[in-house]
Design a protein around this ligand. Sequence first.
Ligand SMILES: NC(=O)c1ccc[n+]([C@@H]2O[C@H](COP(=O)([O-])OP(=O)(O)OC[C@H]3O[C@@H](n4cnc5c(N)ncnc54)[C@H](O)[C@@H]3O)[C@@H](O)[C@H]2O)c1
Length: 315
Amino acid sequence: MRAVVTGAAGFIGSHLSAHLLASGDTVVGIDSLTNAYDPALKLRNLDELTPHPSFTFHRANLLDADLTALLDGAEVVYHLAGQPGVRRSWGCDFALYTRRNLLVSQVLLEAVRDHPLRKFVYASSSSVYGDAPVFPTAETVCPRPVSPYGVTKLAAEHLCELYRTAHGLPSVSLRLFTVYGPRQRPDMAFARLVAAARSGEPFPLYGDGEQTRDFTYVRDVVTAMRDAACSRFTGVANLGGNRPASMKQAIAAVERVIGPINLDPRPAAPGDARHTGADITLAARAFGYRPRTELFDGLAAMAAHAAPLRRSAFE
Ligand SMILES: NC(=O)c1ccc[n+]([C@@H]2O[C@H](COP(=O)([O-])OP(=O)(O)OC[C@H]3O[C@@H](n4cnc5c(N)ncnc54)[C@H](O)[C@@H]3O)[C@@H](O)[C@H]2O)c1
């Protein structure tokens, strides 16, 4: 299949591109390398992709790129480009969130509207649920985001649904639940926990540590994205790890893998949902989704991938 991956230099986009290439697909990767975090990390994410003969990379902002040329011949578009992160979405950064999550999605959906695509796969988020009334949470629960980030992800998801129902675009919105694994974004909890365990620097723990997340390993996520693209399914589906853990349990797991963590307790941050937990029945039925990676194994893979410790860190 000929695939276009937006956000290809990002954490999940680079894993997805590698998985597509390993599956025999041709991949056109697009990314503007925003400075949401160090662009050098994104360039490094591309290292294993760029030598591949079936991979082409375009450094371009989707808002002003020549999308007709970039989408030429595409059979599947995986739309992962965006501005992630809950806490920074309050305040003046919100304009970035609306541009990169909502406007970009609208521009892309317009560009593919009359394109004979096999599938348009959108990386939506568990943040659309906010503080859900039931766990595990099924797609039928009314989404009520508790962060501006969640609002932009939900609005873009609604757009995908609109283009599906009004224009027949075969779109799938996958609600991703806290994705982790090697090359995780440096602002995310596990990347910071691994760094804190290795360096001894304090880890700011927001809230009482009893908040739970449905941590999902990145390989399970990207496998499901391609499986969803190859299936007949359209609409909205959850992708969770199926074994929610509290932050305290996650911290204990990182300590088992690497070593003790120096915690710096802080009040709960506004916008953080108390619990998340996916009902994955629909994804299992629609495209055979089955998360395979245990939290401990996924964390061990993350720790193994992190840069070797400097000598002084052992002393
Ligand atoms: N990581 C998670 O746990 C998680 C959970 C739910 C949903 N998601 C969604 O999955 C997607 C990927 O997340 P990630 O963690 O890999 O983030 P990431 O920041 O590593 O990747 C996103 C990429 O999009 C690129 N980008 C942003 N705006 C762009 C634009 N206008 N044009 C071209 N490129 C642009 C960025 O440079 C970045 O490399 C995001 O849409 C995010 O909202 C992630």
